[in-house]
Structure formats: structure tokens, C-alpha cells
Write a protein of this length. Structure first.
Length: 551
């Protein structure tokens, strides 16, 4: 008999959605083998895929184990499956991949664009230097700290933490965010005033939905500015109106020139403008807030982009601290940790909070709770602050080198060790190498003057015969003459062995203090080791090499 009924179990399998009721009364093995064969040939079962064990599949289908064993054995004989004791049954790895008919490319338009967080598709997988803006150093992600915090969260999470979360965000994270934003960005808010979102993109989407529902049709955006932000606003019905950006940030005078019929919403990045990197000047900050308060219904959307990473300026407080009633502040962990976390926050004026919360609940109910709790642990333990300090410290040298390379003459910048650096320029002392030589020369001259002022005359080395090691200063010359060779500071620190010549002149060994410097023969270097070996003194040690000069 082919089949057996299993009480209390549905006669079907998750594998290929096989239904036992569709099998013929006789020939269940043939039916199963035919379905598995077709799935392997059309690619539904990929090469190397592990199939269920014969016991499990037989129990799912409500058939005897012998039926499944026979079907598997038939496909093994055909070369479609492979089986080994202890390793299970798999689809053969050497099968030719099925030919798939290419689908038409999806339509593109204002609502469809390549994500910002990666290089162009034409160079995906290529070995190129990734200079794509807006992406942090993902190799510096604090994996150890994140894993430790995630284990602590999972071990301490209650059953309620695993249910549907609060649409505003987990209370633990909102409480930690309020303290951290107040300490680092000067944001003034209470935990109930913070809305946890899935990044700045969702914050802009929710804001655009609420503003469009209140009659707004346009928003002032920076020009140049973030293309992603402009397209996000346009997708929800807010047309972007470009406002010029100069060395002082957004040109508020050009914004005010649009008059009362112009945009009543301004979206900008005041702490670190994208992509120019300028900071909104204090005069522009005051002018922007005055423009916003001059007419009811105006709003400033502050995208706190990249505010954590600063290298050449003191920290700038957030605009929200100056006018919380007219500034909507938003930020995320996309630049401080990684874009894949999709964690952000939004602090809105009071008259927008209820509508934003309703839009958030309608969008995705709430953001995931477990990543929120992990981020709260990182904030409470100071791990995020330590990570930001490490990232700033490691990013400062390549940033400085890249700036020097950009200012170097065309074609002379080069990459060294994965980081850009500017080469030394001409012998006149310009450039990175020239600066190093000037600093080394100043240090050497300072030490020489200090010794001369203290009356410390150069000491003669002790005589140790051929191949002897000479440490310290070069031998002084009688009559006030200059020593034959002084050497560089690094050479005096490490020492030379006698017999090494520089241009035919060598340090005199065995000379008394104040004795005239005796030139050495050009063949002294080779004669000393030979003489020592002939006298039975053993093989002389190899002279230490001078350090290679960088720069």
C-alpha cells in the first residue's frame, strides 16, 4: 500500500507546496518524482539546495517513507540529486543553470532613483576607490559593542517588548535620545515630544504628507543640495524650489525675496551643508528664524546631517534650540553608525505632533523595538560617544591628506596605503616633504646650539679595531675645523660601524679628542672584514643600515 494517513496532520508539504490530495490513487512515487524533477530543471530548487529528510517529507505528505525514498533514489540515478549518509539529500551542484527570459526594465521617473548609499551601478563589484558622498566608513562599525548590547537586550527583554511597540518609539530610547541630543546638539525636548522614525527619509515623508494636507504645495530647498531629499518631498506633493548656497550657507535674502506667495517651508542642513560642507553663519541663522516668525504657518525643517563629524570647526548647536516652535529637527544614525540600521528621530513643534504620529502609525505602525533598545544601551553606556571619537580620530589624517592632495599640482597626488597623500615638491622646501625636512633641520640645529652653549664638545669614538661600532657624535677636528662627517640625527641615534664611507670620507677611529680628521681609503670597507677573517677574529657583524627617509 502506497499511503498512510497521519491523524491530526494536514496532508501537505511546504516543499513546492505539494498537496497529497492532487496525487493519483496509484503511482504516488511517480507523482512526487515528477514534481521534484520539474522544480530542479526550472530552477525553483537551486543547485546545492538541501531537501527535507525522507521521514519529514513522508510525514508532511501523509505517505509511507518508502515512497519518498524511491522518488529520491530515482532522481539520484538521473543525476539530479546527490545523497550522502549524514549530509542529507541535495540538488546536484554540477547542473546547468536554467535559461531565464530577461524581464523588461522597470519604469523610471521622479519617484524612482538609485539609492544614495552606494557607488554607481556601472562600477558595482569593481576594485575602485569609493568616494561616493553621504556614506560613512562602514568598516568602523562597532560590531563588538553592538553585539554585546544586543545580547543584553535579548536576555533582559520582556514579553511586552516583543509585541507591537509604541508608534512614538520605545520609551527607553526616547528618554536616552532626549539626554543625548540635549548634551551634544542642544535640542530642547521631552521624551513625549520625540518621534522615532526609520531615518531622515521617513521623517521627510511624514512631514510632507502633513504639510500637503494643510495646503502647502512647495518647499524651499538648498541649491546645490540633496537630490534624495528633493525627490522625497516631490513624491508626496511638495515641489522643491531651489535657493542658492554660498560660503555662509543658505541665502536667506533670496528666500525672503520670494515674498508671501513663495514657499512657506524651508528644508536645509545648517550644521553641515550637503554637499558643500559649509555651516550656516550666525547672521543667516538669525535671519532665517526671523523670516520664519514673520508670517504664521512658516516652518524650518532642520536636517541635522553629519553634525557628529567635525574636524576644522567647533560644534554648532541645532537650530531647534533657538526656536522650538517653528523648527522641526530630524536626525538619524545613518552617518554616525550605519544606514542599514534605519533608525532616526524627529522633534516637531507642538501643533504638528498629533498629525505626524497619525501618519507614522498609518505608514508602518512603529519602528522595530529591538534595534531601538540596542541603541538605547549604546547611548546609556557611552559606547556611541566613544565610537564617534574613534571615527573622528581615524578620519582626520586621511581627510588632511586628501585636502593636501587636492591642493597639490595636477597629476602629482598619489594614494599611499589606501589613503590619499600629497607628494613632496621641489627642493625649495615646499610641500609635505619639504615641511618634514624643515622640521627635521630645525630640531637638529636647536640641539647643536644647545650643546655649544653648554660647552659640550663632540666626543671621539672608542677604538675597537676594524669593523668597530661607533656611537654618539662624530670626531671633532683640531683647529676649529668642521668634522669630516656628522650624519643625520637618526644615524647618530642608531650608530654606524667604522669602515662605511660617504663619498670617500670616513669617521676616524682611534683618534684622540681634538685630533685632525683623517680621511679613509675608499677600500677600507672591504679590507676590514677580510683582515678580521684572516686574523681568526670571526665574521664581522653586518653594518646597520641607515633608516629610510620618508617624505
Amino acid at each position: 500500500m502506497d499511503t498512510t494517513d497521519t491523524p491530526g496532520r494536514s496532508p501537505g508539504a511546504d516543499l513546492l507546496q505539494l498537496d497529497r490530495a492532487a496525487a493519483p490513487p496509484r503511482g504516488t512515487g511517480e507523482w512526487l518524482a515528477a514534481h521534484l524533477r520539474a522544480a530542479v530543471l526550472d530552477g525553483r530548487l537551486a543547485r546545492g539546495a538541501l531537501l527535507p529528510s525522507t521521514r519529514v517529507l513522508a510525514a508532511d505528505l501523509g505517505v509511507s517513507r518508502g515512497v519518498v525514498v524511491g522518488a529520491y533514489a530515482r532522481l539520484v540515478d538521473e543525476g539530479l540529486l546527490t545523497g550522502r549518509a549524514g549530509a542529507g539529500t541535495r540538488v546536484a551542484a554540477g547542473l546547468v543553470a536554467p535559461v531565464r527570459v530577461p524581464r523588461e526594465a522597470p519604469a523610471t521617473g521622479p519617484g524612482f532613483h538609485r539609492p544614495v548609499g552606494g557607488p554607481p551601478a556601472s562600477v558595482e563589484g569593481a576594485s575602485v576607490l569609493d568616494l561616493w558622498p553621504g556614506v560613512p566608513d562602514l568598516s568602523a562599525f562597532p560590531r563588538t559593542a553592538w553585539l554585546r548590547a544586543e545580547r543584553e537586550v535579548l536576555s533582559a527583554a520582556s514579553a511586552r517588548d516583543l509585541g507591537y511597540p509604541d508608534p512614538r518609539g520605545h520609551p527607553v530610547l526616547r528618554e536616552q535620545l532626549v539626554g543625548w541630543l540635549a548634551r551634544t546638539r542642544g535640542v530642547r525636548a521631552a521624551p513625549d515630544e520625540v518621534l522615532v522614525v526609520s531615518g531622515v527619509a521617513q521623517a521627510l515623508a511624514l512631514t510632507a504628507q502633513v504639510l500637503v494636507a494643510r495646503g502647502h504645495r512647495s518647499a524651499a530647498v538648498e541649491d546645490p543640495g540633496s537630490r534624495g531629499a528633493r525627490e522625497e518631498l516631490a513624491h508626496w506633493g511638495l515641489r522643491g524650489v531651489g535657493v542658492p548656497v554660498d560660503a555662509g550657507g543658505l541665502d536667506v535674502e533670496a528666500l525672503a525675496a520670494s515674498g508671501p506667495d513663495g514657499p512657506r517651508v524651508a528644508v536645509l542642513t545648517p550644521a553641515h551643508q550637503y554637499p558643500t560642507g559649509v555651516v550656516l553663519s550666525p547672521e543667516r541663522r538669525r535671519s532665517l528664524l526671523a523670516w520664519c516668525q514673520a508670517q504664521p504657518g512658516r516652518l524650518v525643517v532642520e536636517d541635522d546631517y553629519d553634525a557628529e563629524h567635525r574636524y576644522d570647526r567647533p560644534p554648532v548647536p541645532a537650530l531647534q534650540a533657538s526656536a522650538p516652535d517653528v523648527v522641526l529637527h530630524t536626525g538619524s544614525t545613518s552617518k554616525s553608525l550605519a544606514p542599514a540600521l534605519r533608525l532616526g528621530w524627529l522633534v516637531a513643534p507642538e501643533h504638528l505632533r498629533s498629525d505626524l504620529l497619525a501618519a507614522k502609525h498609518a505608514s508602518d505602525i512603529a519602528s522595530p523595538s529591538l534595534p531601538q533598545l540596542v541603541l538605547a544601551r549604546l547611548l546609556a553606556g557611552g559606547d556611541l560617544d566613544r565610537h564617534l571619537r574613534r571615527v573622528r580620530s581615524s578620519a582626520r589624517p586621511p581627510r588632511r591628506a586628501a585636502g593636501g592632495a587636492a591642493r597639490a599640482p595636477a597629476g602629482r597626488a598619489r594614494a599611499r596605503g589606501g589613503r590619499w597623500s600629497a607628494p613632496a615638491r621641489d627642493a625649495g622646501g615646499d610641500g609635505v616633504g619639504g615641511a618634514r625636512r624643515r622640521r627635521g633641520g630645525r630640531r637638529l640645529r636647536t640641539r647643536r646650539r644647545a650643546r655649544a652653549a653648554a660647552g659640550d664638545a663632540p666626543a671621539a669614538p672608542r677604538a675597537r679595531g676594524p669593523g668597530a661600532r661607533v656611537r654618539g657624535r662624530a670626531t671633532g677636528c683640531a683647529g676649529g675645523g668642521r668634522p669630516a662627517a656628522r650624519g643625520r640625527p637618526a644615524l647618530r641615534r642608531r650608530g654606524w660601524r667604522a669602515g662605511l664611507t660617504a663619498g670617500g670620507a670616513a669617521l676616524a677611529v682611534g683618534g684622540a679628542r681634538g685630533a685632525p680628521c683623517a680621511p679613509a681609503a675608499a677600500g677600507a670597507s672591504a679590507a676590514a672584514p677580510r683582515a678580521r677573517r684572516a686574523s681568526g677574529g670571526g665574521r664581522p657583524r653586518t653594518p646597520s643600515r641607515p633608516p629610510r627617509r620618508r617624505g
